[in-house]
Write a protein that binds this ligand. Sequence first.
Ligand code: ARG
Length: 459
Amino acid sequence: DTNTMWGGRFSGGPSAIMEKINASIDFDKRFYAQDIAGSKAHCAMLVKQGILTAEDGQSITDGLDKVLAEIEAGDFKFSPALEDIHMNVENRLRELIGDAAGRLHTARSRNDQVATDFRLWVRDAIDRLDDGLQVLQQVLIERAEEQVDTILPGFTHLQAAQPVSFGHHMLAYVEMVGRDRSRLKDARERLNESPLGSAALAGTPYPIDRHHTAELLGFNGPMRNSLDGVSDRDFALEYLSAASICALHLSRLSEELVIWSSAQFGFVRMSDSFSTGSSIMPQKKNPDAAELIRSKIGRVVGDLNSLMMSMKGLPLAYSKDMQEDKEPVFDAADTIELSVAVMTGMIAEMTVNKEKMRESAGWGFTTATDLADWLVRELGMPFRNAHHVTGAIVKLAEDKGCDLSDLSLAEMQTVDAAITDDVFNVLTLEASVASRTSYGGTAPNNVREQIKEARQRFL
Ligand code: ARG
């Protein structure tokens, strides 16, 4: 029965489309466990405070356990007519235990209930992501350890700059992931206050004990303001922000894997398990997994933007707009957790071609800075002059089509007569890398030290 005024172009009646836009059960069933845990804590507190009899409390608790078991066994029938997870659970509880079920919602509203459930869910998501990132760090550190003495070209502008240790390069990502984890930790700390007991928005006249429910649910304490309690979604925004930056890091690493695994670079070979072939070109092995992760950041940042826009301009306290908070967070969590797991697998299984890296590190006069530094150190030249002299020598090599170390001493002396044979000691890639001993620099001995510290800091 469609609406007589405008129903002609609608296939379903108005109540059906209203149900469709209004119901959240299709997605919020994902936090059934948090919903039931929150209800059990609320119920225990009501009994402790004498608001509910011990008998009712017991039957509610037993009933909730039964509901949980049914959902986990896949025996639960979720109904869109009951809108959301909260009403689906409560309705089933009534079917199981009768009228006592109606007492559970005393001194509570769906507004503080959903805020509590969602915090608990995001808290778990933070912990899962942190675990995944730690495993990624472990794999990066292991690969770094095995590749400390592997030399690859370091780039700026994707132009060969100076040779660096591949272990050092891996450790750069360990640092980035370390900041991701520290952002998650910060977010978790701010998240971990309980909105439960804020009720609809103003608190409740019942003598509830919010500290008790907070403690039962592992929160540090209750949120201080009931209006804020039901209307804050900062915790979800912070999670999405941290996930976005993390996705950005994964995207940068993915881009490097794509470049490195091309035939022209050939620095690494992705394992078959993370590559695909081409349906037409038999020679192809494409780094699809890396490309997909490179792209996933779009989804995660989109999720962040989506929730930002939902929350923007909302007056206090609860508005139904806030039901739109869940899907972006679920999507971002699924996306980032999968990306981290796949990245971990790719890094663990890739084959490193040391010879190709080393060979490439020699192209593009990457030890030119070492030559300039030698002129400063050994001849007392001001760095600016040394830069100029080195430039002229590079030009010489370029014109000859050879590397710096292939020039003869006589050729170098045409640019500056004071240059001696000793200069050839600094023109090798190994010498260049080994010389960079400043704190945080790429010298292999530094890198070995950094690996030790990274293990202590992160694993
Ligand atoms: N399904 C709702 C949500 O996700 C639960 C809260 C409903 N509260 C209300 N006042 N309608 O936000």
